[in-house]
Design a protein around this ligand. Structure first.
Ligand code: F2R
Ligand code: MG
Ligand code: MG
Length: 321
């Protein structure tokens, strides 16, 4: 057991971060694109894996890219943009529900394109999709929260092949900052979630992201009903419509990681990705042992399945401890 200087089991926090993301992704994937009402009518709450195109407990592009990113960090002992890109391209399985731009870029990288030139292949200003934020949690694990001066640069480099849009980079940066901070925090009662969201808002470079994260802080402080908050924050594939929502839900249910992930799936829309990002954050705070055993048991196995995710998480923890 790797106890960090913060007196926590940091290895379990790393495993919680990676598996929290994978659990959220696999729980949300079957209802990606559904409305919250449709999810409620069909399932009530999605508390366990349900059958879908890829099979119950199977993850999608979110976890595949997160695993690829984690492996590249282990290989290079930190962020190397070219290796992050090639690692994502190597693992790319087009059947896992990738976005349009991501698909075109990963194919181009496989064909030898330079990762510094691919991000604007489809959209001239770059993609504002949440595909950077959904895979960035491993980078956050490498940073002590009181020394994040290089974190934005490393985040931007890690996602450079696919996302250079300021909104997408802001979103990834905030998820990484949250993972860096919560993975080293001994007790969730030692921080004020509203203040923390306000601080995150001030870190944004993009005006719209800053405002939306500020709105998340306001909604949390006013104890607005969760369903209403999700309507105001959004549940779409755009970074602005999903990262603030995932952070809001993680902090709203910071005392209950299982419910945080279940509520994120229930948000609908980009449910797999909102739940993956929320899962990474609450997993960083509580560790893997705190997540339900049935989610551990039901996640897909195989070469790049549950054991591979655990393995990369442990290897990431060893880079730090
Ligand atoms: N793509 C999906 N889901 C689609 C349905 C999948 C289906 N259920 C299945 O099972 O096959 N999900 C995944 O994509 C999101 C992450 O997206 P990422 O990696 O950012 O991709 P991309 O291609 O860059 O952007 C996604 C879409 O966003 C729109 N978009 C982005 N930037 C835009 C811009 N500048 N202008 C206009 N539109 C832009 C496009 O529609 C892109 O296709 C996650 O949800 C992941 O789960
Ligand atoms: Mg997905
Ligand atoms: Mg998604």
């Amino acid at each position: 057991m790797a106890m960090s200087q913060h007196g926590i089991d940091f290895t379990d926090r790393c495993v919680g971060t990676i598996l929290g993301a994978a659990f959220g992704d696999a729980l949300g994937a079957p209802v990606e694109g559904w409305t919250p009402d449709a999810i409620r009518n069909e399932f009530g709450e999605v508390r366990d894996y349900v059958e879908a195109r890829l099979g119950a407990g199977c993850y999608t592009d979110d976890t595949q890219m997160l695993l690829a990113t984690g492996r590249s960090l282990v290989r290079c002992h930190g962020v190397d943009g070219a290796v992050c890109a090639s690692s994502c391209a190597e693992l790319f399985d087009p059947d896992r529900g990738y976005g349009r731009s991501a698909t075109a870029i990963l194919n181009a990288l496989r064909d030898g394109a330079d990762y510094r030139e691919t991000a604007t292949m489809l959209f001239p200003g770059g993609s504002f999709g949440n595909g950077a934020a959904m895979r960035i949690a491993p980078v956050g694990l490498l940073f002590e929260p009181d020394d994040i001066s290089d974190l934005r640069r490393d985040v931007a480099e890690a996602v450079r092949a696919t996302h250079t849009h300021p909104e997408a980079v802001d979103g990834a940066f905030l998820v990484a900052v949250a993972v860096a901070g919560l993975s080293r925090m001994a007790d969730y009662r030692s921080f004020d979630p509203v203040e923390r969201l306000r601080q995150y808002s001030s870190l944004c470079h993009d005006d719209q992201m800053r405002a939306r994260v500020g709105l998340a802080a306001d909604l949390l402080s006013k104890k607005v009903k969760v369903d209403d908050a999700v309507v105001q924050l959004g549940n779409g594939v755009r970074t602005i419509d999903s990262v603030p929502t995932a952070l809001y839900l993680a902090f709203r249910y910071i005392d209950d990681p299982e419910q945080a992930i279940i509520e994120s799936v229930g948000a609908g829309g980009d449910a797999d990705t909102i739940a993956a990002m929320c899962g990474a954050v609450v997993g960083a705070m509580h560790g893997a042992e705190a997540l339900p055993q049935r989610w551990h048991d039901g996640l897909e196995r195989g070469e790049d399945g549950y054991d591979a995710l655990r393995e990369v998480a442990v290897q990431l923890s060893e880079l730090i401890t």
